[in-house]
Design a protein around this ligand. Structure first.
Ligand code: DX5
Ligand code: ZN
Length: 221
């Protein structure tokens, strides 16, 4: 499967979200990563379904919606209606509701993904793998952009890639947090194939060159 570069609009200009989404598309991004934070699950508050709905006409990119919120099961329909193509839940929020929520995401016609924070081990994800289109290993503590990549997460990425391969599953493996030209080769070598990058893409003088640079650093031209 070809790798995916997904710029995180969290690092963009919130006063010009439509233009920022367009800039990502014109610069060769594969997906647009949208970080929804509720101020409870993480100590930061960003945007919700109405903002995503407003952005939808500005971009044809796959909307990869990372739901960092408590009780995500309450909002799945709203995010799908707003234009989410994929929705990522956090394993730590889910408990008993998770399998049903993952099924519902697929019933709504979107791709289902599950994420783990740095302290949650790879094995916690194993029981859910056959319900997933994608697994996300957070490579920073969720909540803020611009943090440093945690190299301690590399064995977790490897363990998940190994288990996905062992079971012959078709599950993408995403990394999010601190991804740049220096860290992307390590994440790629460990088995990731979807790369979220906020600062590395938005803070660059030339966004297209930054996206090309990430692909090249990960070994794809
Ligand atoms: C952090 C978010 C990330 C963030 C990544 O909670 O999930 O998507 O935007 O930003 P960078 O690439 O700057 O670490
Ligand atoms: Zn994210």
């Amino acid at each position: 499967m070809p790798m995916i570069i997904a710029p995180s609009i969290l690092a963009g200009d919130f006063a010009r979200l439509g233009e920022e989404a367009r800039r990502c598309e014109e610069s060769g991004a594969d997906w647009l990563h949208l970080d929804v934070m509720d101020g409870c699950f993480v100590p930061n508050l960003t945007f919700g379904a109405p903002v995503i709905a407003a952005l939808r006409p500005h971009s044809k990119l796959f909307f990869d919606v990372h739901l960092m919120l408590e009780q995500p099961e309450r909002w799945l329909e709203d995010y799908r209606k707003a234009g989410a193509d994929g929705m990522t839940l956090h394993l730590e929020t889910g408990g008993a509701a998770l399998p049903e929520s993952l099924r519902r995401i697929r019933t709504l016609g979107a791709k289902a993904a599950l994420s783990v924070r740095p302290a949650t081990p790879a094995e916690a994800m194993f029981p859910y793998l056959d319900m997933l289109d994608m697994a996300l290993v957070m490579t920073v503590e969720p909540g803020f952009g611009g943090q440093s990549f945690l190299p301690e997460m590399l064995p977790k990425i490897k363990a998940l890639r190994g288990e996905i391969a062992r079971r012959g599953l078709n599950v993408r493996l995403q990394v999010d947090g601190g991804i740049d030209e220096r860290t992307i080769p390590m994440a790629r070598a460990a088995g990731a194939d979807v790369f979220v990058a906020g600062s590395a893409v938005f803070k660059a003088a030339d966004m297209a060159a930054a996206i090309d640079g990430l692909r090249a650093a990960a070994g794809e031209s």
